[in-house]
Ligand binder design. Sequence first.
Ligand code: SF4
Ligand code: SF4
Length: 364
Amino acid sequence: MDKISFKEFTKLMADNAYKSDTPSTGSFELTPLCNLDCKMCYVHLQDPSVKERMLRKEQLIPLIQGAIDDGMMVALLTGGEAMTHPDFWDIYMYLIEHGVSVQVKTNGILLNEENIRKFTEYPPFRIDISLYGCDSESYVAVTGVDAFETVTKNIRAAIDMGLNIRLMITPSSFLSPWIEQTMTLARSFDVSVNVNSTLLEPNPDTGRHKSEFDLSNIEVDKIMEMKKEIFFPDYSQEDKEIYGHSDRPDVSEKGLYCNAGRTGFALNWDGTLAPCLAFPRTVISVNTLEKGFHLAWLELNRAIRNFEIPEKCHSCEYNTRCHYCPVSHSRTADRHLCDESVCAYTIERIEMANNDNNTENKGE
Ligand code: SF4
Ligand code: SF4
């Protein structure tokens, strides 16, 4: 029998899923509630009625089974704080027992001894833990709670128990004074680290606005430089992949460029199916409680395949380097228009990358 590497296998699987519009990867936003209150969170709600309205296992498990029947092989459990969902372990075990590869995203507070033991017994593919600061002061500034000691103790214990851990850092104006120390602390755990380079516009119900915590291109660039220095050489390549490639296809007539709604979906806490976690509901969303998973997926997939890219992108000189995303353009995507400020930001990033490349080439 011919053998292929795991990387080749996952690529083959992703390609085949795309060709056949199979929902192979699902994100489950179990709850918008959280035991922290991060000031830049695009999900967290405080409304007490959410507790009554969020799906419980009796509703979620048939939807999960529907997704498995349609081909789901990978699932992400997220929130809010996924581990605060009262049925978290039942849902997790259902996925594991049905052979789904599970990834859990958490802020680490509930990753206590008992929960680490459960994860060790039935391991997930990976646990992504958000690191929101480098000490008590930064944690309070970013999350409103002094959870530093608890989180770092839990991260260490989870790593020591052999769990596959990745640390996630989200730079914002709240974390800015401590960003270098936070990356240095993350590096000291000697596990994989992801540093986000973009912030999302919070959902309208949160009452937050990206402008309250956004970073300028110059600030983002500085952070990305720091990232290269701290984690060198792992990340220099990643930056080039985002802004340095020019071999992607030109603008598409219809449909997005990513896997959202083609091989991936996000099931929100109230049963709304969306193409990806942050996708604006006003643009494309389907109610799974009325339709069940299979019909909801077909409708979602059809809507994504027919999604009209804004006219402006068709003649934009940057359209091989920038691919329209309704999440980034959330304020205008329902009208199939570009958000001019997002275009200006993107073009500035591309030009900065061009200048960097020119300088590098001259230095060679
Ligand atoms: S910069 Fe704006 S107009 Fe140009 S491709 Fe990107 S989203 Fe479209
Ligand atoms: S955020 Fe945009 S690019 Fe990413 S999966 Fe969602 S729609 Fe696609």
